[in-house]
Design a protein around this ligand. Structure first.
Ligand code: FAD
Length: 300
């Protein structure tokens, strides 16, 4: 451990931890420790990046950890959680501005309170708005691309920069953020005037559909695989005879074959082995190679 680096971090934020177990910060509820873990306010992010650069410590950013599989051997360097400490949301006219750490459910609540329609699809996705922009999260025919107007990012050199919708290059579960090592700081959404009661009803309806169809009673990272063009991942997995298939405590959900679930004490190694076997078996069965939607972080 680098004591001077740690002292520097502690001067910036009290929300600073060492050897922090990532199973507490991911919805898969597994993964080894992060060497350094911070949960900064928006205003502290640039200073932390500059400290990392000074001490040559690698950094990465997470939101709510709902699309991540962290290796059992953990993450070297610093993990920065843009979560509840950077979660301010404001609404003006048809525009909502949210700091990266605001949960989609919280932003959706503000939209409904201000009778703004357009983000009903996202109210049940358990991520932050920052993570949702990075992933171009989507559901029920909606996606972030339809509502994002612009995003403020921090570049790896520590400069703030505004990206327009076009510059974000949002596609299916894709944006330009990871390849440029940008950190999402704020997101501006453009919504439309609607009826508050109808918006709330639609959000409640979609949340109820989720709990009927998805294994929300288990830890997971949502859909494990991307949807291959012309197919559904869950159907291909089911057709390959893999419903309920297990490696240790990692399992293909019986309720929804597109979800790998952690039945309790699955290691990241078990989950990644299950994913690999599913990819191989589905390919042998259908000729389609499934790609993961879940992001792998750290050492396996
Ligand atoms: C039960 C369940 C249901 C789900 N349903 C859906 C669904 O319907 N549709 C859907 O699209 N997804 C779904 N997901 C997946 C997940 O919720 C989304 O991908 C979500 O957008 C991830 O947000 P997050 O804050 O958790 O990001 P994380 O998982 O923490 O991170 C995801 C990626 O974004 C990066 N990142 C996060 N925040 C930032 C930031 N501020 N700046 C730069 N990079 C950042 C991370 O490095 C990582 O590469 C589901 C997950 C679960 C567990």
């Amino acid at each position: 451990m680098n004591e001077s680096f740690l002292e520097g971090l502690q001067k910036i934020t009290e929300q600073c931890f060492v050897q922090e177990n990532m199973s507490s910060h991911t919805t898969f509820r597994t993964g080894g420790p992060a060497e350094y873990y911070v949960r900064p306010k928006r205003t502290q992010v640039a200073e932390i990046v500059s400290l990392c650069r000074k001490y040559n410590i690698p950094w990465l950013v997470i939101g709510n950890g709902s699309n991540l599989l962290v290796g059992d051997r953990g993450i070297r360097g610093l993990v920065m959680e843009l979560g509840r400490e950077a979660a301010e949301v404001t609404a003006e006219g048809n525009t909502i501005t949210a700091e990266a750490g605001a949960l989609l459910s919280a932003v959706a609540r503000v939209a409904a309170d201000h009778a703004l329609t357009g983000m009903e699809f996202a109210s049940g996705i358990p991520g932050t708005i920052g993570g949702a922009v990075v992933m171009n999260a989507g559901a029920y025919g909606g996606e972030m691309k339809q509502i994002v107007r612009k995003v403020t990012v921090l570049t790896p050199e520590g400069q703030e920069k505004e990206l327009t919708l076009e510059e974000l290059e949002l596609g299916y579960r894709h944006s330009c953020i990871p390849q440029n090592d940008y950190i999402v700081l704020d997101t501006e959404l453009e919504l439309k005037p609607g009826d508050s009661e109808k918006i709330q009803e639609q959000m409640a309806k979609l949340r109820s559909q989720r709990s009927k169809k998805q294994p929300l009673e288990y830890a997971s990272a949502g859909s494990t695989f991307k949807r291959p063009q012309g197919y559904f991942a869950g159907k291909l997995i089911q057709d390959a005879g893999l419903r309920g298939y297990r490696v240790g405590d990692a399992q293909i959900s019986e309720k929804h074959c597109g979800f790998v679930i952690n039945r309790g004490s699955a290691t990241a190694a078990e989950i990644s082995e299950l994913i690999r076997q599913v990819q191989d078996k589905v390919e042998a069965d259908s000729g389609v190679r499934l790609e993961t939607e879940v992001r792998f972080l750290g050492d396996f």
